[in-house]
Every structure is written in C-alpha cells, then in structure tokens.
Design a protein around this ligand. Sequence first.
Ligand SMILES: C[S@@+](CC[C@H](N)C(=O)[O-])C[C@H]1O[C@@H](n2cnc3c(N)ncnc32)[C@H](O)[C@@H]1O
Length: 309
Amino acid sequence: MSGLEVRIYLLDPRWLSLHLHDGRGCFLAMKFSHAHILSCVLSEFNREKRKVRPGQCLRILDTGCGLGGLIADGLSVLGDHFIDCDIEIYGFEVQEHGAGREQYLDDLKQALYLRFPNIDWTDRIRVASSSDDWPFESGFFDLTISNQVLEHVHDLEGFFVQQRRVLKGGGIAIHHFPTAESLVDPHSGVPFAHWSKSDCGRGQILRLFSSCGIGKYGSYSDRRGYSVEEFVEEFVDYLRRFTAFRSLKAVESLSRGAGFATFARYNRELVKRWCDDSDEVWPYSGKGDEAWFARVLSRFASVTLVCEK
Ligand SMILES: C[S@@+](CC[C@H](N)C(=O)[O-])C[C@H]1O[C@@H](n2cnc3c(N)ncnc32)[C@H](O)[C@@H]1O
C-alpha cells in the first residue's frame, strides 16, 4: 500500500474521525461518524415498533450525501445485518454546493459504481436546487440520514418540511451535526471562527489562531502551499456562503415545528465509542439520553438528533 496517510484532527469536533487513506483518496477504514450513524440506524430498527419484517424493502435517503461514503458503508453494513430484506439507499445533493460542478457528480457516481456496479446510481443520486422540493415522491422513505449537513442548510424550516414529505408515516430521520455551541469550527478547525457574524470578525479570529498554528492551516499550507492570508480568505468566504450554524435548541424547535417528535439520542453511546476507540457497527443498547448530555457534548463534538414522523 503506497502513500498511507493517517490524520487525526485535534480541536475538531470530528477529531476522532481517523482517516486512513491509500494515498488516492480511498477510505480504508470506516469513519467514526459513519459507524455511529449506522449504529443509530440499527438501534432504531431494533425497536419493537419499528422491527424490519422479512421481505421488507427498507428505503433510505442520505441527504447531503457528499461523495457517497455513508451510502457505500450503509449498503455494506445494513445489507449484512438485515439479510432478509432489500436495502435501497438513495442520495440527495443540492446544486448550490459541490454538486453544482459536473465533475463532482461524476466522481460521486463513479465511486459508487466501483463498489456496487449493479445499482443504477444515475437514478439513486439526485440533485436539486436547495429552494426546490426534494426530487422524490411523497412517503417514499422509511428513513433519512445526514452527516455534517444541518449546519450547512440555510432554509432549515423548508428542509424539515421536505423531510416530512418524503418520509412514510412512522418514518424517522437521524442527523449528526455540529451546532452553534461548538467551541471549534469543524471546517477550519479554528476555535470560535463560526461565532462571528461579520467577515471582518471571522477573518481576525482565523488569522489569530492560524498564525499560532491552531486549526487546519498547517495541513493547507503543507498540502496546498497556502499562506495564512489565503487560508483566512478561503474560510471567511466558506463560512459566510456555506454555513448556517444554529443552536441545538433552535434545530430541535424547527424540527418540532415541522411536526416531528424530536429527541437527542445516542450521544452517550458516541462518547463510549470514542473511549473504546471503535469503528465497529452495532445496535446501541441505550434507549436514548437526557437532553442535557447532548447540550454538554455539543460544545465539543457533533450531536445526534432523531426526528420521528
Ligand atoms: C460537509 S458536507 C458533508 C457531506 C457528507 N454528508 C459527508 O459526511 O461527507 C455538507 C453537505 O451538505 C450539503 N447541503 C448543503 N445544503 C443542503 C441542503 N439544503 N439540502 C441538502 N444538502 C445540503 C452540501 O452539498 C454538502 O455536500
């Protein structure tokens, strides 16, 4: 194996996402966040009221699917677990972000075709404008999932309305995302950079911490030859255009406003997973956790929210 690269992002809410690359961008190990989300999925479908029946087709949507890593991991893991039923995972992306670039979509589908050549990814991966309805019929999905997406959604009210529309009655959504309470902006790795409302404020914070070697500036400098100013400029722009951080309470309130019973769940299990240093997928035994635990965790890491229709 050539060019093995191991990176651990300290001061990043995804710091325990240990990325093992083969030097060509292929993940060799499952991301912690994927293992966690898939464990949440198993836990929810282990509940008595939601038990999967033999022969059932479980339809899942990965909203904001990025480059499809969670879709691929989900197909492998859930296919092994629910052997008596069909697992169909779809992906949705919005044009305003990366998927607006043709190459991005080609790369996404290509990566999925390599691992699952018999699936029609042209149908499974769909793109729309973030102001349009999601390109799926109503009541199509049993489950929607998302990883590191809610903090990018400007119209979260509309997002939850669409989520409710595409879910079947009794369907659920599982979201894993950083909130405004987070001490560190997970994108730049810089503390407080996402707290400022102005470009000037963001720039000053990014410049200060990056000059002290805190955050992701070092890796941008090594890998892309960025100067501090180039790094600051890129993330000032990124944070303004592509992020919309909200408090956990605000996200819960928008979800409830759209008609979902909403619970912060499996957050203790995530911390236990870190302590065990495990990227295995298993159904969590906990039935959920106190809201206060998620609030404390949200300062340091992404939290997990379950929305029940
Ligand atoms: C940080 S990336 C995460 C990608 C992927 N889920 C992952 O874990 O690698 C955030 C994603 O959210 C998507 N996104 C932003 N706004 C969205 C919206 N309104 N609806 C759905 N996805 C959105 C972006 O296109 C982007 O792919």
